[in-house]
Write a protein that binds this ligand. Structure first.
Ligand SMILES: NC(=O)c1ccc[n+]([C@@H]2O[C@H](COP(=O)([O-])OP(=O)(O)OC[C@H]3O[C@@H](n4cnc5c(N)ncnc54)[C@H](OP(=O)(O)O)[C@@H]3O)[C@@H](O)[C@H]2O)c1
Length: 261
């Protein structure tokens, strides 16, 4: 991670969980940060903390990625400040647990905007300068939910499936321009995710610390991998499921995730 010392990284969803940990670890290696999320107070606290501890430069930009204009605003902000973004970390995202028909349509559409459309838009904006410089890194936070359908978080799993396929495809497209793209696939991780998604506590399997997940993602990105699953147990579970018929896997997931009737 020494390679990013003195460079600028943009981290979305930096106000909490995995994004906060990614930002901290990059700062610890001397990377300057543009931090974005909706909660500006949290971003300011993180910026103060890493500036004091690691003597890096930071900028914060509060934005709601459910607004289609937000990626363009973030891009203009970095351009106006003259900050060349060497690392784009597409981390912001959220889920919504329950029967699809009972979840408010706007919440699902916002999820698609944040988890999918804003990832495509930010990547489309920040990639060309990287290609021009023949140097750049893009991390896209997907999930182990990306590898199979997951009833009762169907929309969320589908957004993460998109993120995974997008990252892997793009990684091959841009490798020849010196740009690396990697999908980080965490399993259950300590963060505010479950609270925001409204997932009941009994669905919480062994959670990984967000610091560990962040380290796995940054190391895989630096190593030029196009995807990484955090944790051996998560890796075994994903790879094991490939051997079983998809319909069976989906039915088992439905039984696990079904809300009490
Ligand atoms: N935790 C898990 O078990 C797990 C597992 C697999 C994948 N993931 C993925 O990991 C990523 C990070 O999630 P986390 O676990 O760290 O959860 P988290 O603690 O809830 O953090 C989510 C981050 O996304 C930001 N965000 C959410 N909606 C946003 C919006 N409309 N506009 C801008 N920013 C928004 C939040 O910031 P504000 O609320 O301040 O806007 C927050 O910083 C997500 O993509 C998630 O899908 C998590």
């Amino acid at each position: 991670m020494e390679r990013w010392r003195g460079k600028w990284a943009l981290v979305t969803g930096a106000s909490s969980g995995i994004g906060w940990a990614l930002a901290e670890q990059l700062a610890a290696q001397g990377t300057n940060l543009v931090l974005t999320a909706r909660r500006a107070d949290r971003l300011a606290r993180l910026a103060d903390d890493v500036t004091t501890r690691y003597k890096v430069q930071t900028q914060i930009f509060a934005a709601d990625l459910a607004r289609p204009q937000a990626p363009g605003e973030i891009f203009r902000f970095t351009n106006q400040k003259g900050l060349p973004i060497e690392l784009l970390i597409n981390n912001a995202g959220f889920g919504a647990y329950g029967e699809f028909r009972k979840i408010e349509a706007q919440r699902l559409l916002d999820m698609v905007q944040v988890n999918v459309a804003s990832v495509v838009h930010l990547t489309h904006l920040f990639l060309p300068p990287m290609v021009e410089r023949r140097s750049g890194y893009i991390l896209i936070v997907a999930s182990t939910a990306a590898f199979q359908p997951v009833p009762y978080i169907s929309t969320y799993a589908a957004t993460k499936g998109f993120d995974l396929l997008f990252a892997e495809g793009l990684a091959e497209e841009v490798r020849r321009y010196g740009v690396r793209v990697c999908a980080l696939c965490p399993g259950s991780t300590v963060s505010e995710f479950n609270e925001v998604a409204g997932q009941p506590a009994h669905l919480l399997r062994a959670q990984e610390p967000n610091e560990k997940v962040a380290r796995v993602g940054l190391e895989a990105l630096a190593a030029g991998k196009s995807r990484v699953i955090s944790g051996t147990r998560n890796w075994l579970s994903v790879e094991g499921q490939r051997l079983a018929p998809r319909r069976l896997v989906t039915r088992v997931a439905a039984r696990m995730f079904m809300p009490p009737q």
